[in-house]
Design a binder for this molecule. Structure first.
Ligand code: G16
Length: 541
């Protein structure tokens, strides 16, 4: 029997990046099945199609992959290309979709959220361009989840996901592939591997923290096997179902082991971390933290030194809450710079239309048009290639960059797991007052403009509203507020703070001190601490 009756579940609306829920929610009978069937239906069915399937190795990933394979077979798919062990990093999945000309793919991951039976799980659909489904498709998926009455699933033994090669599942072919090889080969086409081998030969020391998540096997293959970095350069290199209890989010709060090492006396020259599914990155030098917005700006300014980008960039895009540091580089290089809502899916059209080749977000995501996802190890290799070419330390590169372009002090303050109603009321009150704010003085700062960001996609004309509140102060400082679309518990309020300092003597301050006026103004305007009773943010990036 392949047809199974079912009833809709509430709450199957994809967020910033696919559907993310507590793992046990996904493990309820029919929950995963409903969402996957709704996805298949929303993309016009999968009859005769080829899809890529894999995930970040988290708890329930293998079981979910087996279910999805049986559903794809019952829905008439011709071929499923699956990473061995159901493993694929998000950028590697994007690459496989493109390279193999697949019709799309399913990625099993809740990204940087912790994994395990009591933590998070997620499912995301990517299109034939290798990128996350756009809002038109995620809305259609959600619509379908609300009316679903049956799903299809083949009653068959589990296919073998551990041996490379092809097997049959009903009429469908299951092709199990090495999850790493094609991705590592792609990296060799973009970067100067000889220069990087020479760098490691010369005694350059690097620490890559894979946080017990999917990049471990990729990082070992690329840095240790192909580039000759010493064994042990990659730490927490084995993907584990619960990420060894780590919270695989590469930021100073969660990657604290790496932070301690890089800020310590015997720090290596270069440090990096990636997240659960391998699309995020954090960049560090000895004693130096590089904010994601600054990292994007440095990559833009130096991309011409990297073989894959030696011909120049087509254009640049950043998400709205990301700092304007990269805008200054784009201006200097005469490149277009686009400002999109949060979510990698908004970059896809711009890349497909050949308008941009470099994109980035403050949320530790950077990437290029080599795939249609952000790519953690790619960003690490970009930095390595730039370090090898410029023969400078990370700290020297940052100082040089700020001296040339000025510095956009930047920080994000997150208040996590707030009661949803409280968070929505707080922002609702702000929305009601936006019009009155312009021209007012707050903690010594005058408000130059205040609005709620809406985006018109320049390629297809689609409009996305309600993408965050922007309050701009005279002099170029600003604060942005929005609710996260990736959390699974209550509401996470993100407060993005930015201040531009053009003067050379204003470049070397602690960002929290430099941003103190904006932090005070936000409290006066929104009253976050007063209304939530929180003493301060849970995470500061
Ligand atoms: C996802 C999206 C990113 C987004 C980030 C944070 O990243 O792909 O584009 O910037 O979430 O989103 P939010 O602020 O709504 O939580 P990932 O790494 O979780 O897939």
């Amino acid at each position: 029997m392949t047809r199974h009756e079912t009833q809709p579940f509430d709450g199957q609306k994809p967020g910033t990046s696919g559907l993310r829920k507590k793992t046990r929610v996904f493990m309820q009978p029919n929950f995963l099945e409903n969402f996957v069937q709704a996805t298949f239906d929303a993309v016009g069915g999968v009859q005769g199609k080829t899809l890529v399937l894999g995930g970040d190795g988290r708890f329930f990933g293998r079981e979910a992959a087996l279910t999805i394979l049986k559903m794809a077979a019952a829905n008439g798919a011709a071929r499923m290309i699956v990473g061995q062990g159901a493993w694929l990093s998000t950028p590697a999945a994007s690459n496989l979709i493109r390279q193999r000309g697949a019709d799309g793919g399913i990625i099993l991951s809740a990204s940087h959220n912790p994994g395990g039976p009591d933590e998070d799980f997620g499912v995301k659909y990517n299109m034939s361009n290798g990128g996350p489904a756009p809002e038109s498709v995620t809305s259609a998926i959600h619509q379908r989840t609300q009316e679903i009455t049956e799903y299809r699933k083949l009653d068959a033994p589990d296919p073998d996901l551990d041996s490379l090669g092809e097997t049959g599942l009903g009429e469908m072919t299951v092709e199990v592939v090495d999850p790493v090889a094609a991705y590592a080969d792609l990296m060799e086409t973009l970067f100067d591997f000889k220069a990087l081998r020479d760098l490691f030969d010369s005694g350059f020391r690097m620490r890559m923290d894979s946080m017990c998540a999917i990049t471990g096997p990729y990082a070992v293959e690329i840095f240790e096997n192909r580039l000759g970095a010493p064994t042990g350069t990659v730490t927490h290199a084995t993907p584990l179902p619960d990420f060894g209890g780590m919270h695989p989010d590469p930021n100073p709060t969660w990657a604290h082991e790496l932070m301690d090492e890089m800020m310590g006396d015997a720090a290596p020259d270069f440090g990096a971390a990636s997240d659960g599914d391998g699309d995020r990155n954090m960049i560090l030098g000895a004693g130096t933290y590089v904010s994601p917005s600054d990292s994007l700006a440095v990559l833009a300014a130096n991309a011409h030194l990297v073989p894959g980008y030696a011909g120049g960039l087509k254009g640049i895009a950043r998400s709205m809450p990301t700092s304007a540091a990269v805008d200054r580089v784009a201006e200097a290089l005469g490149l277009d710079c686009y400002e999109t809502p949060t979510g990698w899916k908004f970059f896809g059209n711009l890349m497909d239309a050949g308008r941009v080749s470099l994109c980035g977000e403050e949320s530790f995501g950077t990437g290029s048009d080599h795939v249609r996802e952000k790519d953690g190890l790619w960003a690490v290799l970009m930095w390595l290639n730039i370090l090898a070419a410029r023969k400078m330390s990370v700290a020297e590169i940052m100082a040089d960059h700020w001296a040339r372009f000025g510095r956009n002090y930047y920080s994000r303050h997150d208040y996590e797991a707030l009661p949803i109603e409280q968070a929505e009321t707080m922002l609702g009150d702000l929305r009601a007052r936006l019009g009155d704010l312009v021209g007012s003085e707050v903690e010594g700062l005058s408000v130059a403009s205040a609005d709620e960001f809406a985006y018109t996609d320049p390629v297809d004309g689609s409009i996305s509203r309600g993408q965050g509140f922007r309050i701009l102060f005279e002099g170029g400082s600003r604060v942005v507020l929005r609710l996260s679309g990736t959390g699974t518990e209550g509401a996470t309020l993100r407060v993005y703070l930015e201040r531009y300092a053009p003067e050379p003597d204003g470049l070397d301050h602690d960002p929290q001190e430099a941003l103190a006026p904006m932090i005070a103004a936000t409290e006066t305007l929104v009253g976050i601490r007063e209304r939530t009773g929180r003493a301060g943010p849970d995470v500061i990036t």
